[in-house]
Design a protein around this ligand. Structure first.
Ligand code: AMP
Length: 237
């Protein structure tokens, strides 16, 4: 984008928030996304959720994606990029969006940049929640999900009142296939390999903001909110 176009966009989009959440699986991106949605009322696009739903519905996307997901590998870029670009170009995303789980590699990052540029907008920030690998393994191996409500528990850190049953509707709690310890290790390896170049890419663009995901969800949330408030102020100056 030219400097003039960028200036015009900055003036036009003072209130606009185009955000992405980055971080390893289990960093708490989903938890933060829920809170940020409440704060800023942004449409939330979580590619892992979209893909899992497509698998449940046996949609074509799900059929193509399943074997990669079960193995903890990334699904091919052409499957996921089009889905995301459609969402961020939709009318409901005109005041911004919150992406979780996308982009996952440099190619997806460049596709996203191209789309944002074509919309005459720019990325507000890439929010990176950092957590050490051992902590990721501990968090994900203990994670359990309610088959009905989708509420997430942890056997040690956030157990349900009755073992194996959801507090909300009593339905069964299960472990996601890709939360098994061997698959978690593999997902972490995939994350480091693919996402490191993406982090460098956003760092060079000056849009990367880092958060310590080992802290409590409330502390992380406060820090993110304060950062977004500062970014908005800078935008207005
Ligand atoms: P998540 O819930 O974000 O950990 O995603 C679960 C799985 O969905 C990943 O392990 C990948 O197989 C797939 N997936 C989600 N987002 C993407 C993406 N942006 N690119 C490729 N694969 C993805």
């Amino acid at each position: 984008m030219s400097a003039t176009a960028r200036g015009a966009t900055a003036r036009k989009t003072v209130a606009e928030l185009n955000l992405i959440l980055l971080g390893p699986p289990g960093a708490g991106k989903g938890t933060q996304a829920e809170r940020l949605q409440e704060d800023f009322h942004l449409p939330y696009v979580a590619t892992g959720d979209i893909l899992r739903e497509a698998v449940r519905e046996e949609a074509e996307l799900g059929r193509k994606a399943k074997r990669y997901m079960d193995a903890g590998d990334l699904v091919p870029d052409d499957l996921i990029i089009a889905v995301v670009l459609e969402r961020i170009g939709a009318d409901e995303a005109r005041d911004g969006f919150l992406l979780d789980g996308f982009p996952r590699n440099r190619e997806q990052g460049e596709a996203l940049d191209g789309a944002i540029d074509r919309l005459g907008r720019r990325l507000t920030a890439a929010l990176l929640i950092e957590v050490p690998d051992d902590e990721v393994v501990r968090r994900l191996s203990g994670r359990r999900v309610s088959v009905k409500s989708g509420r997430v528990y942890h056997v040690e850190l956030d157990p349900p009142k009755h073992e194996g049953r959801c507090d909300i509707d009593g339905s069964r709690l299960v472990q996601r296939d890709d939360d098994r310890p061997e698959t978690v290790r593999h997902r972490l390896q995939v994350y480091h390999e693919n996402t490191k170049p993406l982090i460098d890419y956003y760092e060079r663009q000056g849009v990367l903001r880092r958060f310590n995901g080992a802290r409590s969800p409330t502390e992380v949330h406060d820090h993110i909110r304060a950062t977004i408030a500062t970014l908005r102020l800078e935008d207005e100056l």
